[in-house]
Write a protein that binds this ligand. Structure first.
Ligand code: NAI
Length: 463
């Protein structure tokens, strides 16, 4: 058979797709990448992780100046927010990173096509401008999209998805957030710090349900103290959208209340995006939730067509997608990569941050294991006191007999940077004894991991 135009064609240049394309090129494969939007980088870089973290950082500085600086003996006078400039900074950061991806494509000689792609035969993709690309292997990395409430479509003016909430022209006076998951609490924090009155409506009886229950409960009480208002076990039943406001009927137990706000952010999850790809016509199957079905090597029902990232089952996390991007490229190149889903961390960038890896206590108990659990509260840690933030804790969960670390859960400033220790520990099958025996620099926040491990072993030193 004649060789195809490309060894690999990647559909989608989000963090899964662009990393897959780069790794394919590094491995000597002739690679194309098709992306419908002009900038490269997808949800994470353009309308997700990066812009939200830029705004979280800016608003955290502002909040610190307004509320915390005095305890350090610093008087901040006439502090004000230039929202347009804050948004401009966010856009500049995004532009810098998306341009960086374009340079990486050039460096690795990845052929970039702008447009949408549709499978027209086993090895052929037709682009929106009618160009046709042929490839030996195809990687679908088309990502995900926000889920709307069925009776409340996004208009990105009054009814916002995270995309609209990251690009508001002005600071709203009042915002209702439906869904107190990761996006809900992060963006609620941004606007609460800017003075918006924020009310969150969550269907379940706790916020951030993917996190360990103890962490969710403490995070909720900390966020409440910061000014967020939560309505749990609450359901939006009706909505009326006006020109500059929205009214929601919210059912909480037997009570139905009316809530009105300038904007509503709907953050009830995301769903895989496969529209227009022509997958089923080529025999590629989707599961009941719309995820592309793949085997353990990311192969769809067509063994030379692979899928990775948000479009397949699993946590919708940027670093999960990029790990899969590397793995799929190495599989196509004939290697046998290693990817351990137990060792994929999850972070929420509130203040304090939340980070976790491995099993929650409930998951470990459900698995029927006997546990050794240790908790160290941040107030016992000298560095936390120097920082001026003593709320939060570190919780380690180990298997009692073997001592093996099963889960690490952190509610602390800089938790996102601390969780790496747990990732390596779980990856390398480390024990509580290993964590307790390892020297942790003093004074650091990571001493809380050391102390929590000692506590799980029954002999903490700092409390
Ligand atoms: P999510 O799954 O984190 O949270 C959705 C929340 O909405 C849940 O608490 C759920 O119980 C609630 N909910 C669902 N239907 C509802 C309804 N009808 N009324 C009220 N509440 C309802 O989803 P989210 O926050 O939209 O994020 C989407 C994805 O993006 C997640 O998979 C998340 O992991 C990822 N992401 C990751 C970030 C990070 O790593 N820091 C940041 C932002 C998003």
């Amino acid at each position: 058979m004649a060789k195809k135009q490309f060894d690999v064609a990647v559909v989608g240049a989000g963090i899964g797709g662009y990393i897959a394309a780069i790794r394919c090129a590094q491995l000597g494969l002739k690679t194309a990448c098709i992306e419908k939007s002009k900038p490269l980088g997808g949800t994470c870089l353009i309308v997700g992780c990066i812009p939200s973290k830029a705004l979280l950082q800016s608003t955290e500085y502002y909040d610190w100046l307004m509320k915390e600086s005095q305890q350090h003996g610093i008087a901040a006078k006439e502090v004000s927010v230039d929202f347009a400039k804050m948004m401009q900074r966010k856009t500049q950061i995004v532009d810098g990173l998306t341009n960086g991806v374009a340079s990486l494509f050039k460096k690795h000689s990845i052929v970039r096509y702008e447009g949408t792609a549709r499978l027209t035969s086993a090895h052929m993709l037709e682009l929106s401008d009618k160009q046709v690309i042929e490839a030996e292997n195809i990687i679908i990395a088309s990502g995900s999209e926000p889920i709307p409430l069925p009776f409340l479509p996004f208009d990105e003016k009054v009814v916002l998805s995270s995309t609209g909430a990251l690009a508001l022209p002005t600071i709203p006076k009042k915002m209702i957030v439906v869904g107190a998951g990761i996006i809900g609490v992060e963006l609620a924090s941004v606007y609460n710090r800017l003075g918006t009155q924020v009310v969150l409506v969550e269907m379940l009886d706790r916020i951030t349900p993917m996190m360990d229950t103890a962490v969710s409960k403490s995070l909720q009480s900390i966020l409440q103290k910061q000014g967020l208002e939560f309505h749990l076990s609450a359901k939006v039943t009706k909505a009326k959208v006006n020109a500059n406001s929205v009214s929601l009927s919210v059912q909480e137990g037997a009570n139905e209340t009316e809530m009105t706000a300038d904007v509503v952010l709907v953050a009830i999850g995301r769903r895989p995006y496969t529209k227009g790809l022509g997958l089923t016509e080529q025999g590629i199957t989707l599961d009941s939730k719309g995820y592309i079905e793949v085997d353990g090597n990311f192969r769809t029902k067509q063994s030379h067509i692979y899928a990775i990232g948000d479009v397949i089952e699993g946590p919708m996390l940027a670093h999960k997608a990029s790990e899969e991007g590397v793995a799929v490229a190495e599989i196509i190149a004939g290697q046998q990569p290693h990817l351990n889903y137990m060792a994929i961390p999850n972070v929420i960038y509130t203040h304090p941050e939340v980070a976790s890896v491995g099993l929650t206590e409930a998951e470990a108990r459900e698995a029927g294991m006997e546990l050794a659990i240790g908790t160290c509260f941040m107030r016992a840690i000298g560095r936390a006191r120097c920082l001026g933030y003593v709320e939060g804790f570190v919780k380690v969960i180990g298997e009692k007999n073997s001592g093996r670390l099963l889960g690490l859960h952190i509610l602390s400033p800089h938790a996102s940077e601390m969780i790496g220790e747990g990732v390596i520990a779980i990856e390398k099958k480390a024990t509580l004894q290993d964590l307790a025996a390892a020297s942790h620099a003093h004074p650091t926040l990571s001493e809380a991991i050391h102390e929590a491990s000692l506590a799980a072993l029954g002999h903490p030193l700092a409390f």
